[in-house]
Design a protein around this ligand. Structure first.
Ligand code: ADP
Ligand code: MG
Length: 411
């Protein structure tokens, strides 16, 4: 059902874009029609002076200002402020239902904010003063459940949004976009002969063919197996950089966000809870939610005393937390050190799992009810039953206040 709804919306979105383009072509207000190699990103953006023949390539600045979206009593988005600099890739990361798709749809213009504004190149495109329709925004949207038209050739699928151009021009542009994603040779074939990854590329070609200044992709790799996903990520990034479009990629996979994004915005329950580069978010998560998103953690509850957090694995300085506060000490799995008995806290290996370059080791630790998980280099994985000494790399420790629901230990 959801898939069908998405497909219908997608077709509707594309039809609207096309109708607008046809109208513009008739009235002579043509926004495209350049030679295929002429760099003209921004040609379809709202500022009229940005259009025309000029071979200027400048990607768009995209801003969300205090954007909220309410459905009845429920806030799908709550006071979201974000900026994406021209030509940069922002990854929107968060669990299912946190509002990622809603934010993309608002940027694209197929949904509108209840409060706040969206600006493209500092011009309001959605907000109290103005609503620029999707086809006028110069925004390309790749839907989560993208669907190719089965009855159209691959070339015509890509040319679908280019009907403002003459047929010859549209096909030349579509062919160029197909070549760019490495599928030029399939132009005359029909989508069913393509693998999932190839269909994905066609959808990407279709999104970039109109040369949008802003490209929005909703979980573009979620339908692919992990190996294909890896190579598609790299290829997609290369293509996005080549088009110089400003880009938002939605994902619920932290590793994907860290790999792809120039910056990452972490969302939770309609809020953007932290924004930064991947290393910033990984090294300095502001909440235990962010910490859990970016690392596999061991968590231990304790009370702060004399500015320190005492745990069976050691005592750690607890900066910024007052004495008496209930806290959760988090240790990244990679920061648990296994040594010979006699060093650190006594422990015993309960189980080991092979993960390739590293092994995941389950250790029973004196004083802790739950076993500790350690990631160690595969050659260093001790045998089951071995007595060990357990230590902690101090750089792998994060401490959060345990007040409210925010910092409850995870199950
Ligand atoms: P995500 O893409 O992060 O999974 P969505 O943006 O799709 O999340 O949804 C965010 C929240 O808004 C969810 O709770 C969802 O049920 C709700 N929502 C989205 N669209 C609608 C709608 N048209 N009507 C009512 N609720 C909606
Ligand atoms: Mg979604």
């Amino acid at each position: 059902m959801a898939r069908q709804r998405h497909a219908e919306e997608q077709a509707d979105y594309e039809r609207k874009m096309t109708e607008r383009e046809e109208k513009e072509a008739q009235t002579g207000k043509k926004t495209r029609g350049r030679a295929p190699n002429e760099a003209a990103i921004g040609a379809r953006r709202p500022a009229p002076q940005a259009r025309g023949k000029a071979a200027v390539t400048f990607a768009a600045q995209l801003d969300f200002e205090h954007v909220s979206r309410r459905y009845g009593e429920v806030y799908a988005l709550h006071d979201v402020t974000l900026e994406v600099s021209p030509g940069k890739v922002l990854c929107l990361l968060g669990p299912s239902g946190c509002g990622k798709t809603t934010l993309l749809r608002i940027a694209a213009g197929v949904e509108w904010p209840s409060e706040g504004r969206v600006l493209i190149d500092k011009q309001e495109v959605a907000g109290p003063n103005r609503f620029v329709p999707p086809e006028k925004r110069g925004v390309g949207l790749m839907f989560q459940d993208f669907a190719l038209f089965p009855h159209l050739t691959i070339l015509d699928n890509v040319a679908f949004g280019l009907r403002a151009l003459s047929k010859v021009e549209a096909r030349a542009e579509a062919q160029a976009a197909l070549e760019r994603v490495g599928l030029g040779q399939y132009a005359r074939d029909y989508p069913h002969i393509l693998s999932g990854g190839e269909q994905q590329r066609v959808a990407l070609a279709r999104a970039i063919a109109p040369r949008p200044g802003v490209l929005l992709m909703d979980e573009p790799f979620s339908g692919l197996d992990s190996q294909l996903r890896e190579s598609m990520r790299e290829d997609t990034l290369a293509i996005v950089h080549e088009t110089r479009a400003t880009c938002i990629v939605v994902t619920h996979d932290a590793e994907e966000a860290m790999r792809m994004g120039d910056s990452v915005a972490l969302m939770r329950k309609g809020h953007v809870v932290q924004t930064g580069t991947a290393p910033e978010l990984y090294r300095a998560p502001e909440t235990i939610f962010a910490a859990r998103t970016f690392s596999d953690l061991n968590e231990m509850g304790t009370r702060i005393e004399s500015g320190r957090a005492e745990t069976p694995l050691g005592t750690f300085p607890a900066q910024g937390l007052a004495d008496g506060v209930q806290a959760i000490v988090c240790v990244r799995q990679g920061g648990v050190l296994l040594a010979k008995p006699g060093q650190g806290t006594p422990g015993r290996i309960l189980d080991t799992r092979f993960l390739g370059d590293v092994g995941l080791v389950e250790v029973a630790v004196e004083g802790l009810d739950t076993p500790v998980l350690a990631r160690v280099r595969e050659p260093d994985v001790p045998a089951q039953g071995t007595e060990v000494g357990v230590g902690v790399d101090k750089g792998a420790v994060l401490i959060f206040e345990a007040e409210g629901g925010e910092a409850e230990p995870s199950a």
